[in-house]
Design a protein around this ligand. Structure first.
Ligand code: DGL
Length: 247
């Protein structure tokens, strides 16, 4: 089975890593729109337009399924993409919400959603969580983490001061934190220790693997035979980051 993985840039490599580890696909083609990243500060119309253009990129590659690793695209453009394409297109939001449902039995639990400005503005996570009974929700646009991760500052003073900047108003560690942006799994260890290891972290990559296994009945039967990287700008940089993040 040949899968496409689409992201606005390099962040989707965190989702790709989970897909590779799960051995669900024989071939994977990763495409990052590095020329136009970040999507998380753009408006809906632009995000939809760029996402539909990504379908044009994948068309000649004849993929069997498209994984949308980007939370921002999943929040705004999934339906439009699905309407234009006959193959399954799966985003990360629904899997993330189902992962919360699987991990938390108490609907009173406080859930912190962190994501780009656009994903938070879409209210997609909030609405879906409310629909299944969770109400104690805090949503924060934490866009600074994106450049911090890209700069490789996965621990230390800069990251800690960004944590303080965003989280100092939270009275207690949340029961769960949705890492609603591709970059955030890379700061998961630091985030976990900031909240004294008391929060369950919801990782899009792990959530989507679980979703593909449960809902699309995919299972680990393939060794990865081919992994190709494409980027709309500076593909060498993407490949270099991939070597680092995927190791
Ligand atoms: N990939 C984006 C996301 O998961 C983060 C980077 C961007 O803003 O494009 O929302």
């Amino acid at each position: 089975m040949r899968a496409g993985v689409f992201d606005s840039g390099v962040g989707g490599l965190s989702v790709l890593k989970s897909l590779i580890n799960a051995k669900l696909f024989k071939e994977i083609i990763y495409y990052g729109d590095t020329a136009r990243v970040p999507y998380g500060v753009k408006d809906k119309q632009t995000i939809v337009q760029f996402s539909l253009e990504a379908l044009d990129f994948f068309a000649p590659h004849h993929i069997d399924i498209l994984i949308v690793a980007c939370n921002t695209v999943s929040a705004y453009a999934l339906e439009e993409m699905q309407a234009k394409c006959s193959i399954p297109i799966v985003g990360v939001i629904e899997p993330g919400v189902l992962a919360v449902q699987n991990k938390l039995t108490d609907t009173d639990s406080q859930i912190l959603i962190i994501a780009t400005r656009a994903t938070i503005a879409s209210s997609q996570y909030e609405t879906r969580l409310r629909n299944i009974g969770f109400w104690n929700l805090t949503s924060l646009a934490t866009g600074l983490f994106v450049p911090i991760v890209e700069e490789g500052l996965l621990e230390g003073a800069v990251l800690e001061s960004a944590f303080d900047y965003y989280f100092s108003s939270l009275a207690t560690p949340p029961k769960a934190i949705i890492l609603g942006c591709t970059h955030f799994p890379l700061i998961a260890p630091a985030l976990s220790s900031y909240f004294k290891n008391q929060s369950i972290l919801i990782h899009s990559g792990e959530a989507i693997v679980e979703y593909l296994e449960r809902h699309l009945h995919l299972s680990s039967r393939y060794g990865l035979e081919s992994l190709q990287f494409y980027a709309s700008d500076n593909p060498a940089m993407l490949t270099q980051i991939a070597q680092k993040w995927l190791s």
